[in-house]
Write a protein that binds this ligand. Sequence first.
Ligand code: EPU
Length: 423
Amino acid sequence: MDRLVVTGGHPLRGSVRINGAKNSALKLMAAALLAEGETVIDGVPRIADCLTMTHVLEHLGARVGWRGSAMAIDTTDATGYEAPYELVSQMRASIVVLGPLLARRGRARVAMPGGCNIGSRKIDLHLKGFERMGAEFSSDHGYLVAKAPALIGAVISLDFPSVGATENILMAAVAASGTTVIENAAREPEIQDLANMLVEMGAKIEGAGTTTIEIQGSDGLRPVEHRVIPDRVEAGTFAIAACATRGEVLLEGARADHLDLVLAKLVDAGATAATEDAGIRVGMDDRPRQLDFVTLPYPGFPTDLQPQMMALLATARGTSIATENVFESRFMFVDELNRMGADIRTEGHHAVIRGVERLSSAPVRALDIRAGAAMVIAALAADGTSDITDVRYVDRGYEGFEARLAALGAEVHREPSLWPAGS
Ligand code: EPU
């Protein structure tokens, strides 16, 4: 497996264009299944997760290709209804084809996604929602077998504002008969992006971006051209990297309205953040001040920036407290950060971060997409040269990460694996 070799101590300076949002693009790609014909999505990032979703769609019979920066998905022959284990095990988000498949085919066979390095990640809320709409589920040798001869609108109250459950139910509801109301819905910008594309396709949706979404089911959604929103997590990652290296970066195309709390927290820690026509400029010229932060569903502080923020606060003046409320085990990377000289102690959902003056280089592993980004940030800020292994996690979420960091002045390069694949 490839590794990244990072020599710290170079402030990031310059501008970086922010790509389309991974967590939106994946759902927009699944939503293409709801219309027959060619859907074109501009700004899909060329990352491993979007490639996996491409394979899921191709397995279902769609034809997927690129037209410059736009992805074209032709569903004319997409008559399949199975998402196989080889693909779902690479990316849990493959489960979002369940809603479109139930809506279009009335059945689906989808491998059960297991847990991952950030928690057991159940899908019970997705299934309860579909059951309320008349779907039935059974399990067969690790596969979830779903049948819904007719999907009927229902009132679905989520126990937790799950992003995936909201999206999956939304995609089923647009093609169900009657009205569906999703209560305690997730409010992430990615949900609004999906709803916007569905409305362009002819769906009737009100309230996306609020806690109550009302959907009138309709027939015959049509394929459209849509542009994915900029990736707020990628923007936040580069912003934090700029601060951790005491540099300054313009995040071209980033949307400040999607990053309110993140920017406010960085400013609390001593950063400067200014919105310009081209994007957001973020920088920091001294050690950060300590601060406490709590992850929560949007508009709270995003769990997907928690590891990166911890890497920044590892060198803060004073002691910070981070509380993780979204995932059950998203602190596993802390041991890796401590190997780089951080002083972080975790207790359940809380982490106590005693700021040290400098981190020191060490060989470390990326444990998931965002923990991997946090390791890169820590290495960029540390003394000496760090080796980061399991870079495939970083590649799942960040397109050309090391090249874009290098263009900002970082000393980073990729070393191919010493071992052939599969050994
Ligand atoms: N949950 C349940 N039951 C369910 C669904 C969720 O208990 O049926 C729990 C989960 O176990 C978790 C919490 O609810 O503890 C939040 O899960 P949610 O469904 O909101 O997250 P998701 O849809 O699985 C998406 C992003 C994640 C991001 C979360 C939270 C995608 C592909 N993934 O996951 O992104 O952290 O929302 O914002 O959209 C990443 O990009 O690195 C990443 C992990």
